[in-house]
Design a protein. Sequence first.
Length: 327
Amino acid sequence: MAMSVVLHLVIVVIAVVGWSWMDDTPEAPPRSISARLIAPQPEPSPVVSETDQPDQDRERQAEEARKQAAEEEQRNQEKAREIAAEKARKAEAEQKAREQQKQREQEQQRQQEQARKAEEAKAKAKAEEAAKQKAEAEAKAKAAAEAAKKREEAARKQAELEKQKREEAARKAAEAKKAQEAAERKRQEQERKLREQQLQALAEKARAAEQAEAERQRQAAAAKAQEARMLSESEKYQGLIRERLSRAWYPPSSATEEMTARLRISLLPTGELASVELVSSSGNSAFDNSALSAVRSLERYPVPDDRQTFDRYFRQFTIEFNPRRLK
């Protein structure tokens, strides 16, 4: 690129110098022309005076000289341009040759550098391989030494462990024998205590059986007395209930002695009616309704204060309505 710029500058300089040479060419002296004005005549060509002929010859000669000088100048300029172009071509060729030489030298240096680096890499790889082999050998030797040391340590620990096991087995055997003797003494003591406890339990059981039988007989007598009292009291209040229902019941005129309606009555501990249900119909709805109305008409039923008697006989009971009787 720099060489091309230099060549162009050389061509421009040569052109400027050539132009200067053209400007320095001496000018020809001014021509002097003498002419005579002739009026138009029928003749086709004018007549020139003999005195004008030398001036015309000089003018032609001067014009030819100028043309020759110009042509010479042009040839000189063309030759100068050719010389400059040739110099430029030679300079460009020389520059290209120098650049090619430089490229060849650079390529040679690059190849030499690559060869040097390859040699260095090869030497480095060889050194690394040697170091690696040395390290592996050292590692193997170290591992072998450590393995031998571990085997020795393992053998020592195994021997120590075997010794401890034997001592532990002997200690456990002694303890087991001692424990067995203690267990035998304990078993004999437990058997003795068990026999004593069994004898004591038999005696306690006999006493408990006697006491239980006495308590059972007492409770049976009390229950029998309680049952008799509750039964007597229940009969008393049942009679009172039948009496009140008899006064509150008004059988219909269509009732007969064969009609019977059975009702289930549920009471509260206060004597109030909880519910009433027709369990068995008499076959006459008027008769059944009269019985239900009689049950519902009583605001409070006579019931015993004893809760046990109430729960057994009066919390829920059935009653039959018959024209001849209430039961």
